[in-house]
Design a protein around this ligand. Structure first.
Ligand SMILES: [Zn+2]
Ligand SMILES: [Zn+2]
Length: 314
C-alpha cells in the first residue's frame, strides 16, 4: 500500500536576506491533491510558477511575522484573485495573525472574491486534514513564533494472505473486507467461522512525518515529545560553528545544533535551511551537522524537491 504521494518543494532557502540564487523562506508541501505553504517569503509566487505546481493552495502556515517569511503573500493573494479563486484561504500563524490579515487587506485593497481566514495557533494546536494533522509548537525566536509538524495517520498493517487462506478465506472480495477492517463469517466444511481483521493483518504502520522549525534557537529538548522520529527534519541552520555566538544573539540555530536536533529526535533525514547570505555555499554547514548526526544531511538549493517515502518501503 503506497498511500498518497508526499513531495516537499524548497521554494525559498535563504536567510533573512535573499541572494541572487536564494529566495526568502517558503516551503511547499504537496500531499496527494493537497498543497500547503509553510512561510511565504518575497517572490514565492514566481518560485511556485517555476516549480510548475500552480496556485491551488489549500492553506498557508506562517511561522512568525518577520518580513522574510510573509512578504510573498501580498503578490500570491493578488494572483489568486486574478485567477478567479473563490474558495476561502486560511492563513494559520502565531499571535498577531488576525492583525496581519486585517492590515494586509487594508493596505492592498485586493477586492477579493474569496475570504482570507486568519487562525491563531499556539503550542500543541492542531489542524486536521484528510489523512494527516498539522501540529504547531513554540520556537525560540525572540517574538511569537511557531514550528509545524505534518504527521500522517497510521496506516493499516500488512495483510497476511497466506494466513487468510489457511483460515479458509477464499481469495476475492472477502480479502478486501478484512483489509478494510470488517470481520467476516464463512462456512469451512460444517463449521461456521468468524474471521476478525486482527487475525490476518499485521500491526498498524506509522505514516510519514515532517517537522519544520521555522526560525529558532536550539529547541530539540523541548519538542522531543511531539517531534520525534520525523522522516524529514527541516531545521533553521542560519550559521555555522564559527558564528555560534551570533546565533544566540539573533535567536537562530547553527548547523551543528540542527545536527544535534536530528540525533535527539531520531530524524531520518536532516534538511538545513535559512542559510545566511554571508556564506558562499552550505558546505561548512553540512560538515558541522554531520559531526552531530550520522544520517543524511541535505542543504537544498531553491526549487529542489524531495519525495518523502515510507520508512518500511525503502
Ligand atoms: Zn527568517
Ligand atoms: Zn525570523
Amino acid at each position: 500500500m503506497s498511500g498518497e504521494t508526499l513531495h516537499v518543494y524548497f521554494l525559498g532557502t535563504a536567510g533573512a536576506l535573499p541572494t541572487p540564487q536564494r529566495n526568502p523562506s517558503c516551503i511547499m508541501i504537496r500531499r496527494g491533491s493537497d498543497t500547503l505553504l509553510f512561510d511565504c517569503g518575497e517572490g514565492a509566487q514566481q518560485q511556485m510558477m517555476r516549480s510548475r505546481c500552480g496556485f491551488l493552495v489549500n492553506a498557508v502556515f506562517i511561522s512568525h511575522w518577520h518580513a522574510d517569511h510573509f512578504l510573498g503573500l501580498f503578490g500570491l493573494i493578488q494572483t489568486m484573485s486574478f485567477n478567479g479563486r473563490t474558495e476561502p484561504l486560511t492563513i494559520y500563524g502565531p499571535q498577531w495573525v488576525h492583525d496581519f490579515v486585517a492590515i494586509l487587506q487594508q493596505v492592498a485593497r485586493f477586492n477579493l472574491k474569496f475570504s482570507l481566514e486568519p487562525v491563531e495557533l499556539g503550542q500543541g494546536s492542531w489542524v486536521r486534514f484528510d489523512g494527516y494533522t498539522i501540529t504547531a509548537f513554540l520556537t525560540k525566536h525572540g517574538l511569537p513564533s511557531l514550528g509545524y509538524i505534518l504527521e500522517e495517520d497510521p496506516r493499516p498493517g500488512r495483510f497476511n494472505r497466506e494466513k487468510a487462506v489457511a483460515l479458509g478465506v477464499p481469495p476475492g472480495p472477502l480479502f478486501g473486507r478484512l483489509q478494510r477492517g470488517d470481520s467476516i463469517r464463512l462456512e469451512v466444511g460444517d463449521e461456521a467461522r468468524e474471521i476478525r481483521p486482527e487475525q490476518v493483518m499485521g500491526p498498524p504502520r506509522p505514516g510519514r512525518k515532517i517537522v519544520y522549525t521555522g526560525d529558532t534557537r536550539a529547541i530539540h529538548m523541548n519538542i522531543r515529545e511531539i517531534a520525534h522520529d520525523p522522516d524529514l527534519l527541516i531545521h533553521d541552520a542560519t550559521y555555522d560553528e564559527s558564528e555560534a555566538e551570533r546565533g544566540l544573539e539573533f535567536y537562530h540555530a547553527t548547523a551543528a545544533q540542527a545536527g544535534e536536533a536530528a540525533s535527539v529526535l531520531n530524524a531520518r533525514t536532516l534538511v538545513l535551511v535559512h542559510t545566511s547570505s554571508r556564506y558562499p555555499d552550505a558546505q561548512s554547514h553540512i560538515n558541522d551537522a554531520k559531526k552531530k548526526f550520522s544520517g543524511p544531511v541535505i542543504a537544498p538549493s531553491d526549487l529542489d524537491m524531495i519525495e518523502v517515502t515510507f520508512r518500511d518501503e525503502i
